[in-house]
Design a binder for this molecule. Structure first.
Ligand code: HEM
Length: 416
């Protein structure tokens, strides 16, 4: 193997605290895009990987899903956590969601829930989502003139939507909320249950126990919701395994919640920090679809996914050996100067906006249309009613390498 040197900037990608410091993260990524777009990162306690920071390379790797596989390392975790998960998998107890799978199995499992995220299902759900958006903006008015927008509003609304789609009872929403935070905020002191892989596994087991009961009940009494579609889903004519079933709920409940919360709260912060853009949106609500897209690019709630090379190959001329991992730096792809005009400008009318926040290719976010609709409903309700809005403290980002955004957004506002 050729000797490898590591650019200091590359280390930040394997440093959770860097993700809580936008300036530090973006400075390092801009440096890598310009100087070492395929960079070797060896920063324990993580196993080494190649950081891919150019938009075109991220897309090309995602497109080549036979060459760059999701198994066995779909995302960045510590070596100890990777080993623990592998041992659990060997023992038949591991989580295996869509993001862990490769085709052809992935395609079959994805098809089970896919209808619930298509445009027709979205149209049916829109009335409910609009209703919830109004409810949360009313709540914001009622608790005003100050609130923590993240904990009071942005966390609640998408959770409510996804739980409605799944068909879960309202009294369970709180429990789902803390479980998703514990799962995704693995590195952040405010969210984590504990540092060890065993602690993280305990979170998963709690999810599994809850969903095992749900599966049994939906198999006995199917209802018209996504939970029933998952519980009764078949692969090649056979019911899904217990692990695949439970994993499906886990991915929908978790992916459908924290991600959208991050895009909503980071989107509002961008509007507060760019009052001219807020005024422009208020005066022209037709810009809402491009504004939502820009918020999703701007915030990039999912920081990364990883792939493993199935064969020796190259990226941008750099040799990648079979079995090595590539880290797809979505945050970097979304600020790539070669793709975006003035990437560091928040422009609610940006068009085209070929961001990679939802990934690309066969794993393209299943809930993208839902996330867009939720954000559209919420901001369409909020923006025209907002007479003024300002920060009352420092917004705080979560220290996590995977899914993350604002933990707190203290604001003062006047709302009709
Ligand atoms: C702004 C909000 C969201 C963002 C930024 C986001 C981002 C992503 C990304 C980057 C991926 C991986 C794509 C890839 O590997 O190419 C993904 C996959 C996925 N997302 Fe989302 N997501 C969001 C909202 C949602 C919602 C609301 C749901 C609803 C359930 C959802 C469900 C999923 C599922 C099930 C997958 C796995 C798809 C697969 O592997 O085939 N996401 N998402």
């Amino acid at each position: 193997m050729t000797p490898r040197t590591m650019d200091d900037a590359a280390k930040v990608l394997a440093d959770p605290t860097a993700y809580a410091d936008d300036a530090r993260l973006h400075a390092a990524l801009a440096h890598l895009r310009a100087n070492e777009p395929v960079a070797w990162v060896d920063n324990p306690p993580y196993r080494p990987f190649w950081a891919i920071t150019k938009h075109a390379d991220i897309m090309a790797i995602e497109r080549a899903n036979d060459l760059f596989l999701s198994e066995p390392r779909p995302l960045l975790a510590t070596a100890a956590a990777d080993d623990y998960m592998a041992a659990q998998m060997e023992a038949g107890m591991g989580i295996r969601t869509l993001i862990h799978m490769d085709d052809p199995h992935h395609r079959k499992v994805r098809a089970i829930g896919a209808d619930w995220f298509r445009p027709k299902a979205m149209r049916d759900l829109k009335i409910r989502v609009d209703e919830l958006a109004r409810r949360y903006v009313d709540r914001m008015r009622d608790i005003g003139p100050e609130c923590d927008f993240v904990t009071d509003i942005a966390v609640q609304f998408p959770l409510y939507v996804i739980m409605s789609l799944l068909g879960l009872p309202e009294e369970d929403y709180g429990r789902m909320h803390s479980l998703t935070q514990e799962m995704f905020g693995g590195d952040d002191d405010e969210y984590k249950r504990g540092v060890s892989p065993e602690d993280q596994m305990a979170v998963l087991l709690d999810f599994f126990t809850y969903f095992a009961k749900l599966t049994a009940s939906r198999r006995e009494n199917p209802t018209d919701d996504l939970a029933s579609a998952i519980a009764n889903g078949k692969i090649d004519g056979e019911p899904m395994s217990d692990i695949d079933t439970a994993s499906y709920y886990v991915i929908v409940a978790s992916a459908g919640h924290d991600t959208t919360k991050d895009a909503i709260s980071g989107g509002l912060l961008a509007l507060i920090e760019n009052q001219d853009e807020l005024a422009r949106l208020r005066d022209n609500l037709d810009l809402m679809p491009t504004a939502v897209e820009e918020m999703i690019r701007w915030t990039t709630p999912v920081k990364e996914f990883m792939r493993t090379a199935a064969e020796d190959t190259t990226v941008r001329g750099v040799p990648i050996a079979k079995g090595e991992n590539v880290y797809l730096a979505y945050v970097s792809g979304n600020r790539d100067e070669e793709i975006f005009d003035e990437p560091f400008r928040f422009d609610i009318a940006r068009d085209p906006n070929r961001h990679v926040s939802f990934g690309y290719g066969v794993h393209f976010c299943l809930g993208a249309a839902l996330a867009r609709m939720e954000m559209n409903s919420l901001f369409t309700e909020l923006v025209p009613r907002l007479e003024s809005i300002e920060l009352t403290g420092e917004p705080e980002l979560a220290a996590t390498t995977f899914v993350g955004g604002l933990k707190h957004l203290p604001i003062r506002y006047s709302l009709r």
